[in-house]
Design a protein around this ligand. Structure first.
Ligand code: ZN
Length: 284
């Protein structure tokens, strides 16, 4: 099953790439607010199977401006640092023995297309697979963790490196939470849609030049491992977001270093999910 948030309405994307308004087609049984669907995930999955033949516009005909994040208002946002060994190496940091966790404050979340305002400093890119929690819980065993994941999407963990590195301890959460620093989209895709949800290619390009390419099979902690370890500490809630870490190729690890500049177009993709497209603009 694939979902989208179009004109701030929950849409099912059918097998033949049409978009069906779930609230309209169920006579209001489901709210048009996509965030609320994660609280009734099992019920939605049942209903969605019956809606696949419903009438709807072609996905390709929808103007990009209408797409919003498929998970716009999560109660908790987790982000995992240093989750690919080659990225830890380019950051001159050790591969962690347990999760390195920070948050991206919820006001930084945005949709898959549009402009992102660059604050002063050095803004870097980080393509990441995003996992969204369906069924919540605590002490979720690794073996059952995939059944707690509603779906996967693509994200960018944009990061202002000057702030991140200032001070005696890394300032991850704040430096990664300027408005627009957490784009997610364009679709939310359930794990069963992938041949292997632990092996997904992802990457990003600036002005057409590929800067990151990776595969989630190289994660230090797989998505089931992340869900298990996070839920040992923190109850996971339906609709929570997990940014799962970035593969190598970020700007801070380059010689010379490179950062996003006004006018740059950043395209971010994961195979089986789609691509996001953002233009960088300067702060006026
Ligand atoms: Zn990251």
């Amino acid at each position: 099953m694939r979902l989208a948030n179009i004109s701030n309405r929950l849409m099912l994307v059918t097998q033949d790439d049409r978009v069906v308004d779930v609230s309209q087609q169920t006579d209001g049984r489901f709210s048009p607010n996509i965030q609320e669907c994660y609280d009734r995930w099992d019920e939605l999955r049942e209903v969605a199977g019956q809606l696949d033949g419903a009438t709807g516009k072609p996905l390709s005909g929808i103007a990009l401006d209408y797409f919003a994040s498929p998970v716009p208002h999560p109660r908790q946002v987790f982000a995992i640092g240093l989750n690919y060994a080659a990225h830890a190496a380019e950051a001159s940091l050790a591969v962690p023995e347990d999760l390195t966790v920070f948050t991206k404050f919820a006001t930084c979340l945005t949709g898959p297309y549009g402009t992102i305002t660059l604050p002063p400093g050095t803004v870097d890119w980080e393509v990441e697979l995003v996992a969204v929690v369906g069924r919540g819980g605590r002490h979720i065993p690794k073996e059952k963790a995939w059944s707690h994941v509603a779906g996967l999407s693509v994200g960018q963990d944009l990061s202002e490196r000057t702030m991140q590195a200032s001070g005696p301890a890394p300032q991850y959460s704040l430096a990664k939470s300027f408005p627009g620093f957490g784009p997610i989209g364009p679709l939310l895709v359930t794990p069963d849609e992938f041949e292997d949800p632990d092996t997904i290619e992802l990457g990003c390009a600036i002005n057409g030049e590929e800067v990151q390419i990776g595969n989630t099979s190289d994660m230090v902690f797989s998505i089931p491992e992340i869900i298990a370890r996070l839920s040992r500490v923190t109850p996971l809630l339906p609709g929570d977001v997990v940014f799962t870490g970035t593969p190598p190729g970020v700007g801070v690890g380059r010689v010379p270093q490179r950062f996003l500049a006004p006018g740059d177009e950043l395209v971010t993709y994961a195979l089986g999910i789609g691509e996001m497209r953002h233009q960088m603009i300067s702060q006026t």
